[in-house]
Design a protein around this ligand. Structure first.
Ligand code: ATP
Ligand code: MG
Length: 561
């Protein structure tokens, strides 16, 4: 798959891979995307997905591939619901793992064998200190660690204890298996890190087969090596875990030697990204679920109407570097707008309707001229829109005390109904508060698809919906979920930065062509923004529901000032 508008940029990781292929170090490259199934994927994961699967696609000629591997080594937080959502999201983003759908839990026996191998080589021991003692005895940057009384148990004693751990003879926290590396290392990760812990918890894949589970730092390099991953790409937090990654690969009986390379994670303004915080938003009822269109989850972005190609283009534009930073969410919105502007068909909807009665309508044809569905793309075709004696227009497209430069409808003035007639204002009524309740106007005959007649000033075209054939629709106007760029820095935590106006629901009128559109149909509401028929709540014909993807222009910057 290619996104012609945003060609792939080279980066230091792609350079390393190209060099490894050129030098013959590797005949091909094998990457992996390794989510832990403990939540839904977010746009940060999309960066990693685009990188890993992107590299495989770019090197397809050498037989390159990318595995989707579930890092399901922690039974307490993981659920199959998450596995299914992650598969769906990766596919939706446009990537294909082919036959390479892997589960770390399928390798439990192998991890165990590696642990036994380390014990036999005097490189791992069962430590029965309490977690507090273990923590205390690790020392700190200035103080080397203190050896556990168990550090010099014999190989046989360790094999026996580890077998008992596996057999369920210990309680959680009673002991762990630790690597025997270097208690004085300046890198804390090398101070005899834990390799296995006891968890009396059933696993979604292996059930009750295990009550010991490998730690991430032990399991991950083994998973990579077992799958012959050549380049194991991860985020910068893992940079000082790399020596441990290499130690595991070096000392275990593995079939290949993967290389870990770190890159900067994606952070976005006006949002929070960690799964723990997203879970808090979902569980706390601050949003309507993992796929709430205000969330940066892939499923939320899909439901919001962000096309996968726009997300891929965004990831390409952000690029891969070694420097942590925060990307302006406006860049994502730009890519979404740019894609939809080129591809989305145009339709008409009125979000704040006021009625216009056309007094002489019967003198004219009952449909508009052919309205193009896209201004530049004739392939999207044209449509005719029915019109009758009453139409809805946008409340702010009529102004009683209009300034000179106001070219939409005003007392005595003319305006064109887009694709249709020019109409002239005759009169209007207001309620006691001064709000317009109805406008009466006349059609200028012969103006469908034709210029304004001599002496008529008409300088604007407004969108409209025929009252007889238009449909009532629910339209959800989404705004940013947080009021500040850096919600994590809000006093008292990110929940204090929630934007309480992030969802407005309006009762709108839509043209008849929209009534029957299927869920997931995405279009521009002319002059307003891009919208998508909601994938869950939209019922074609009877109860249309549209979500705003983005407004036509970035109005946030203005209103924020
Ligand atoms: P989070 O920190 O948001 O909870 P995680 O890192 O725990 O996410 P994993 O399921 O472990 O989530 O991540 C799968 C892959 O996605 C990892 O390789 C991880 O490095 C990558 N990843 C996660 N978040 C980001 C991000 N913000 N930017 C780039 N890559 C990311
Ligand atoms: Mg994680």
């Amino acid at each position: 798959m290619s996104d012609s508008s945003t060609p792939v940029k080279n980066d230091f990781i792609r350079d390393i891979i190209a060099a490894d292929l050129a030098s013959g170090k590797h005949a091909t490259t094998i990457t992996r995307f390794p989510p832990e199934p403990n939540g839904y994927l977010h746009i940060g994961h999309a960066k990693s997905i685009c990188l890993n699967f992107g590299i495989a696609l770019e090197n397809a000629a050498t037989g390159a591939r990318c595995h989707l591997r579930f890092d399901d080594t922690n039974p307490e937080k993981e659920e199959t619901e998450y596995v299914e959502s992650i598969k769906r999201d990766v596919s939706w983003l446009g990537f294909d793992w082919g036959e390479h759908l892997d589960f770390a839990s399928d390798y439990f026996e192998f991890f165990h064998d590696c642990a036994v191998h380390l014990i036999k080589n005097g490189l791992a021991y069962v430590d029965r200190q309490s977690p507090e003692e273990m923590k205390r005895n690790r020392g700190d940057v200035n103080t080397p660690g203190t050896p556990s009384p168990d550090r010099d148990l014999s190989v046989d004693e360790n094999l026996d204890l580890f077998a008992k751990m596996r057999a369920g003879e210990f309680l959680e926290g009673e002991c762990v298996l630790r690597a025997k590396i270097d208690l004085a290392s300046p890198n804390m990760n090398l101070r005899d890190p834990a390799l296995y812990r006891i968890m009396h918890a059933p696993h979604h894949n292996t059930g009750d087969a295990w009550c010991i589970y490998p730690m991430y730092d032990f399991a991950h390099p083994l998973e990579d090596a077992l799958e012959h991953i050549t380049h194991s790409l991860c985020t910068l937090e893992f940079e000082n875990h790399r020596p441990l990654y290499e130690w595991v690969v070096e000392h275990c009986p593995v079939p290949s030697r993967p290389r870990q390379i770190e890159f900067a994670r994606l952070n976005l303004t006006y949002t929070v990204m960690s799964k723990r915080k997203l879970l808090e938003l979902v569980r706390g009822g601050h949003v309507a679920g993992w796929d709430d269109p205000r969330l940066p989850t892939i499923s939320g972005l899909r439901r919001r109407g962000c096309p996968p190609a726009a997300i891929r283009a965004f990831c390409t534009r952000v690029g891969i570097t070694k420097f942590n930073g925060t990307t302006d969410v406006a860049l994502l919105e730009y890519e979404v707008r740019d894609h939809l502007n080129r591809h989305a068909p145009r339709r008409m909807a009125v979000l704040d309707p006021v009625k216009v009665v056309l007094e002489n309508w019967s003198a004219e044809p009952l449909t508009t001229a052919e309205i193009p569905n896209h201004p530049q793309n004739p392939e999207l075709g044209t449509r005719q829109v029915p019109i009758s004696s009453e139409v809805w227009i946008e409340r702010d497209d009529f102004m009683i005390d209009a300034p000179k430069k106001y070219f939409r409808l005003k007392p005595g003035g003319c305006v064109r109904l887009r694709g249709g007639h020019i109409i002239r204002h005759l009169s209007h009524t207001t309620d006691p508060q001064g709000n317009v309740t109805e406008i009466r106007a006349e059609i200028l005959p012969g103006t469908v698809g034709a210029d304004a007649p001599e002496g008529v000033k008409c300088r604007a075209a407004i969108h409209w919906v025929d009252a007889a054939t238009g449909t009532d629709a629910t339209v959800r106007l989404y705004d940013r979920l947080f009021t500040r760029e850096d919600p994590d820095a809000a006093e008292g935590g990110f929940l204090n930065a929630l934007n309480l106006d992030s969802l407005k629901t309006v009762a709108a009128k839509t043209e008849p062509a929209l009534a029957g559109c299927p869920p997931g149909f995405s279009c521009q509401f002319e002059r307003i923004g891009y919208f998508i028929a909601d994938e869950t709540d939209h019922t074609p014909g009877t109860a249309p529901v549209f979500n705003r993807t983005v407004a036509l222009k970035d109005t946030w910057q203005k209103s924020a000032k």
